[in-house]
Ligand binder design. Structure first.
Ligand code: GUN
Ligand code: ZN
Length: 444
């Protein structure tokens, strides 16, 4: 496969994994591509060639340097994270509370600090560095109620050339006074940020009402109106994460049929809406999300950490009314930046729902599946000519026990499963963004 007119300016070589479709819908056989020795070449930030090394080598100009990662590597599309809170980076691993108390005790006091742009910029740098150390090349990010926290993140993402979505949290009630906006100021600030950032390079804006309890009906309506003005933005929020949250929403919105209906009533269930968690959604609500083309961000480390529940990805993806599902780290309720660790927990969440999440389905979720949930699977999430050159290179023998265990694997599925069960940030050898090497693990 080649992407005609573009000239390659770099290339990498090694075993490679990608997906040409959705294994949940069409099965693994027809959608998973594994090349035991591949070359991925890129130019101008876009993949120009992908295929078996012996063939692609002949197609490349003689002066292209091919970086060979060897047989113990795995080249994949960069990982995507469909739900994460960058301001919570300094409070990851805060012990002892479930969702609503955790927000009061840890989250709100931390998010207050982002009135200071310099502090926001320092955290944005650490956050994006950590994403790259874990092979995450695209994220959909919650900032804080302060617009300057959004500027700080976008400025750093732009410097790195990342494809990234983010937005200012909208929150006009049920939080400390100094963290509240108003319906009007939230709308105005969000609109100004859209004007400044949405569609600039690879950056995208996400309209971000935190969750129903912290917004009045009026604010949710205003978010819907803003989205109608800028329909190619995202809308991100939380839904049906914990039982006590759901009970609170029922008290706050007694006239609505259920939690999702609160959002639907304000026109927030559409394509490019990404709902965090959705653990306790009813069948009717999943039907609604399917019909409207909205997506769920599955955040297993967070769900286990807060004791929120156990999301059933196979129920959400039920072929009779499949809902788009992306993977999310949900820091700082989530406990790891590592996508491999997140897949490990996703596997356990599936087990507790009596399903087995095989490696192929898991790696699909972390790449093309999340890109599909974000409606950018035509740009990122797979390796093919014309796709943006965001790539992660895994080291399949990153620790002594993984190295040892790999001596007993029979096929690529088992090898991938070992990585997602035992691997972490140490397994990420290199991360490429738009054809630029932005992270390389120090030698071991
Ligand atoms: N619901 C509302 N805000 C949050 C948040 O910051 N994290 C999580 N996990 N759930 C939320
Ligand atoms: Zn969240």
């Amino acid at each position: 496969m080649t992407a005609g007119h573009r000239k390659p300016d770099g290339a990498i070589r090694g075993p490679a994994l990608t997906f040409t479709g959705d294994p949940f819908r069409d099965g693994v056989e027809d959608t998973m591509v594994y090349e035991s020795d591949a070359i991925v070449a890129f130019g101008g930030g876009v993949i120009t060639h992908f295929g078996p090394a012996d063939r692609v080598e002949r197609e490349l100009p003689a002066d292209i340097e091919v970086k060979d990662y060897g047989r113990d590597a795995l080249i994949s599309a960069g990982f995507l994270d469909s739900h994460v809170h960058f301001p919570q980076t300094p409070m990851i691993a805060a012990a002892g509370e479930q969702l609503l108390h955790w927000l009061d005790k840890y989250t709100f006091p931390t998010e207050r600090k982002y009135a200071d742009k310099a502090f926001a910029a320092s955290v944005a740098k650490v956050f994006l560095e950590e994403c790259l150390r874990n092979g995450i090349t695209t994220s959909c990010v919650y900032c804080t109620v302060f617009p300057q926290s959004v500027d700080a993140l976008f400025e750093e993402a732009e410097r790195l050339g990342l494809r990234l979505a983010a937005g200012k949290v909208l929150m006009n009630r049920n939080a400390p006074d100094d963290l509240l906006d108003t319906t009007q100021s939230g709308y105005d600030d969000s609109k100004a940020l859209i004007d400044r950032w949405h569609g600039r390079g690879r950056l995208m804006y996400a309209i971000t009402p935190r969750f129903a309890p912290t917004s009045t009906d009026d604010q949710l309506d205003a978010a819907g109106e803003l989205w109608t003005e800028f329909p190619d933005c995202y809308l991100q929020t939380h839904v049906s994460e914990s039982r006590s949250e759901i009970a609170w929403v029922r008290e706050l919105f007694p006239e609505r049929a259920g939690y999702l209906d609160v959002y639907d009533h304000s026109g927030l269930c559409r394509p490019r809406a990404i709902f965090g968690h959705g653990i306790h959604l009813t069948d009717d609500e999943l039907h609604c999300m399917h019909r409207k083309g909205s997506s769920i961000a599955h955040c297993p480390t967070s769900n286990f950490f807060l004791g929120s529940g156990c999301f059933d990805v196979f129920r959400a993806r039920d072929e009779r009314r499949p809902v788009r599902v992306g993977l999310g780290t949900d820091l700082g309720a989530g406990t790891s930046f590592s996508v491999l660790v997140t897949l490990n927990e996703a596997y356990k969440a599936a087990q507790l729902n009596n399903h087995s999440l095989g490696a192929a389905h898991a790696y699909y979720l972390a790449t093309r599946g999340t890109a599909q949930a974000m409606y950018i699977d035509d740009k990122v999430g797979s390796i093919a000519p014309g796709m943006e050159a965001d790539l992660v290179v895994l080291d399949m023998k990153s620790t002594p026990i993984i190295d040892y265990r790999m001596g007993f694997v029979d096929d690529v599925h088992e090898a991938l499963f070992v990585q997602m069960t035992l691997g972490d940030d140490r397994a990420v050898q290199a991360t490429w963004v738009a054809g630029n090497l932005l992270y390389e693990r120090a030698g071991r």
